[in-house]
Design a protein around this ligand. Structure first.
Ligand code: GLU
Length: 298
């Protein structure tokens, strides 16, 4: 089921690349944000909770990616746009905070726990896989989506067919420090062949210039980079991990985590989750996936 879903993602991405190329540039809608979800007027929250604090402040500090098309890509207006940003807007709206009161901090993979611990953001929505190691430092709400690790190569590459083919091809692989894909790829390659940057756009540049042969991270992140590559890159389309995306909040803030989980459920029921999908990821994968079952907040 998942495989065919991602086969579809790849096919639609290829079609989108054609469209983008025909227009002589990247898809104009890529950086746009969706319709703002309606803000909960007069929302009131239990005293002393993060929800009350944020509602009173009428401000939400979000940690997200700035260079990931479809999830968090900084546009010409200086604001990031994408599915992660739309998820954050849904949560802000339920807190009674309008979208224009969200401030954005770039949160590359390696510093996501840190920006939460240092109270530089109220939450991180940034293609952030829920795992036990990270749970030692922060609390995760969600998941709100499940991705999977894959490989991206130049469109004319025929030797890389999946992670098992990397050793024989002596492939140079690029990923990002502090990401789960950078760890999981190690079992498939000679460590000397792994290059790590702080953000994925640098890996895409390295692939373009031939410094590396492969970029590895979550399939949907790669699909966004492919959509922006004017036909230069393709997805190998052999998903080999599960990456459930969570919303990172301060360690132990169970009430805020439960509020976020309830908000996600409501967003699925009232159509705002679908609207977030439709304005972002639907470009490469039209079918809205079901919201995954929530984990426990701890
Ligand atoms: N989902 C993976 C992670 O959280 C890869 C994507 C990313 O680096 O943001 O590490």
């Amino acid at each position: 089921m998942r495989l065919s879903h991602f086969a579809k993602v790849a096919a639609v991405a290829a079609a989108a690349v054609l469209t983008a190329t025909a227009c002589g540039g990247q898809s104009p809608s890529l950086g746009s944000s969706g319709a703002a979800p309606s803000v909960a007027q007069g929302a009131s929250f239990e005293a002393g909770t993060t929800m009350e604090k944020l509602n009173k402040a009428q401000a939400l500090r979000l940690g997200t990616k700035f260079d990931q098309p479809l999830f968090g890509l900084k546009g010409l207006d200086g604001k990031p746009a994408g599915f992660d940003v739309e998820i954050a807007k849904i949560i802000a709206a339920k807190l009674g905070i309008p979208a224009d009161k969200i401030s954005y901090t770039e949160a590359p993979s390696a510093v996501r726990e840190e920006v939460i611990e240092q109270d530089r953001v109220d939450m991180v929505v940034a293609t952030y896989t829920i795992n036990d190691k990270r749970k030692e430092r922060i609390t995760f709400a969600g998941p709100y989506y499940v991705a999977g690790q894959d490989l991206m190569v130049k469109s004319d590459n025929t030797t890389i067919t999946g992670p098992e083919s990397l050793k024989a091809a002596n492939a140079k692989v690029c990923s990002v420090s502090g990401s789960t894909p950078s760890e999981k790829i190690k079992q498939y390659i000679d460590p000397a062949n792994l290059t790590l940057f702080d953000v994925y756009s640098k890996c895409a540049d390295a692939l373009r210039t031939g410094q590396v042969d492969v970029v590895t991270t979550d399939n949907v992140i790669l699909t966004g980079l492919i959509e922006n590559s004017s036909g230069a890159f393709k997805l190998v389309n052999k998903k080999f991990t599960e990456e459930p995306y969570g919303i990172g909040v301060k360690k132990g803030d169970v009430k805020f985590c439960e509020f976020v989980n309830k908000t996600l459920k409501e967003a699925e029921a009232d159509g705002s989750y679908k609207a977030a999908w439709d304005s972002t990821l639907a470009k490469v994968s039209p079918d809205v996936p079901p919201l995954p079952a929530a984990g426990t907040c701890s």
